[in-house]
Write a protein that binds this ligand. Structure first.
Ligand code: PEP
Ligand code: MN
Length: 345
C-alpha cells in the first residue's frame, strides 16, 4: 500500500509512519516529491488494515496499489524515474546510446572498438565477459581479465561500462568494476541473482526474458527494487514468436506499454531482437520513434570474425550512420541524443 503524506508533513511525522510500517513487518520505501512525500509499505500487507496508518498525524490518504508489482508501478511513482550515469541521464528527454561488442575478446579489440563507438557518438560501452552461450563449447568470455580490459577502455575513453553478470557468485567482483550490471534474458527470473543485485547500489539493465510477458519483467524488477536498488532500466530485446526470418521478434509495443505501467526507463536492443545487422538501424529508429529512453547495440570492428553475435553486429561505420539517423528521429519526437562528449578519466 502507499501512504500519501500531507504536503506540509514534517520529517518527524514521516519517521513515525515508517516506524508503524516496520512494526507490521513491512518495508518502507519513501519517495520525496516536490509537493509531497509518498511512503510505500511493501511485503505481506493483505492482512494489514489501511486504518492503522490513516489516523497517524500528517497522513493524507492511504491507498492499496492494485498491480502485483508495487515499487515498479506508476501508481506508486507517477513521475518518470530519471537517474544519472557518468555525465548523462537516463529516463529524461535525452536518449543515451550504449554500444560495443557482444563479448570482450582481447585488450586491443575492446580498446579499439571503445574508441570507435565513442567517436561515433556512443555514451556508454557494452561488452560481455561472462557469456551465456547456448552451446557449452562456444566462447564463454574472458572473465576477470575481460573486466580489466573493460576498465582500461573506460579509463581511456571516459565511457561508463555495462557488463552482464550471470551468477550470484560474480556479483562482488562485478560491482568493483562496472557502472551498470546487465542481467541477461536467460537470467531474468534468476530470483537469487535479482535479490543479490537488489542488495547492491549499482545501476542495472534488466533484459526481458525471451518468453517473458511484460508483467513477468515487472515482477522480476520488483525483486531488485525491494532490495532498495532503485536504479533499474528495463530492456526489450525481442521475444520468441513463430517467426524465423529474424532471431527474435522486436516487441515495439512493449515500449509504450512499459512506460504506461512503470516509471522506470525503457531501453531497446535492436541487435538481439533482430539478429541481423541489416535490420538493426530500422528497428532502432522505430524504437526511438516509439519513445524508447535508450538504445543498446552491438558493434564490432570485424563482425565476420567476432567470437559471438557477429551477424547482428554493426561495423563502427554503420554504427556512426545509425547514430546520425537516430538524432533526426529523436528530434522529430521532441527528444535528443546525449550531447556531452565524455572525457577520459
Ligand atoms: C548480450 O547482450 O550479449 C546478451 C547475451 O543478450 P540477451 O541476454 O538479451 O540474449
Ligand atoms: Mn550478444
Amino acid at each position: 500500500m502507499m501512504i500519501i503524506m500531507h504536503p506540509g508533513a514534517t520529517q518527524e511525522q514521516v519517521d513515525h509512519v515508517i516506524e508503524h510500517i516496520e512494526e507490521q513487518h513491512l518495508s518502507a520505501h519513501t519517495i520525496v516529491g516536490v509537493e509531497q512525500t509518498i511512503i510505500g509499505a511493501v511485503g505481506e500487507s493483505h492482512g494489514v488494515p489501511t486504518s492503522i496508518f490513516e489516523t497517524l498525524p500528517g497522513v493524507l490518504a492511504v491507498q492499496r496499489i492494485s498491480q502485483p508489482y508495487k515499487l515498479a508501478s506508476r501508481q506508486f511513482h507517477p513521475e518518470n524515474s530519471i537517474f544519472p550515469l557518468d555525465g548523462f541521464t537516463i529516463g529524461s528527454e535525452e536518449i543515451p546510446i550504449i554500444a560495443g561488442p557482444c563479448s570482450v575478446e582481447s585488450r586491443s579489440q575492446i580498446i579499439e572498438v571503445a574508441q570507435a563507438v565513442k567517436e561515433a557518438g556512443a555514451n556508454a560501452l557494452r561488452g560481455g565477459v561472462f557469456k551465456p552461450r547456448t552451446s557449452p563449447y562456444a566462447f564463454q568470455g574472458l572473465g576477470e581479465e575481460g573486466l580489466e580490459y573493460m576498465a582500461e577502455a573506460r579509463e581511456l575513453t571516459g565511457l561508463p561500462i555495462v557488463v552482464e553478470v550471470m551468477a550470484v557468485s560474480q556479483v562482488p567482483l562485478m560491482v568493483k568494476y562496472v557502472d551498470v550490471l546487465q542481467i541477461g534474458a536467460r537470467n531474468m527470473q534468476n530470483f537469487n541473482l535479482l535479490r543479490a543485485i537488489g542488495d547492491t547500489r549499482t545501476p542495472v539493465l534488466l533484459k526481458r526474458g525471451m518468453s517473458a510477458m511484460v508483467e513477468d519483467l515487472l515482477m522480476a524488477t520488483e525483486y531488485i527494487l525491494a532490495g532498495g536498488n532503485e536504479r533499474v532500466m528495463l530492456c526489450e530485446r525481442g521475444i520468441r514468436t513463430f517467426e524465423t526470418a529474424t532471431r527474435n521478434t522486436t516487441d515495439i509495443n512493449a515500449i509504450p506499454v512499459l512506460q504506461s505501467l512503470t516509471h522506470l526507463p525503457v531501453v531497446l536492443d535492436p541487435s538481439h531482437s533482430t539478429g541481423h545487422a541489416d535490420y538493426v538501424t530500422a528497428v532502432a529508429k522505430a524504437a526511438v520513434a516509439a519513445g524508447a529512453d535508450g538504445i543498446i547495440v552491438e558493434v564490432h570492428q570485424d563482425p565476420a570474425h567476432a567470437m559471438s553475435d557477429g551477424r547482428q553486429s554493426l561495423t563502427p561505420e554503420s554504427f556512426a550512420s545509425m547514430v546520425r539517423k537516430l538524432k533526426a528521429v529523436a528530434e522529430a519526437v521532441d527528444r535528443c541524443l546525449v550531447s556531452r562528449v565524455p572525457s577520459p578519466f
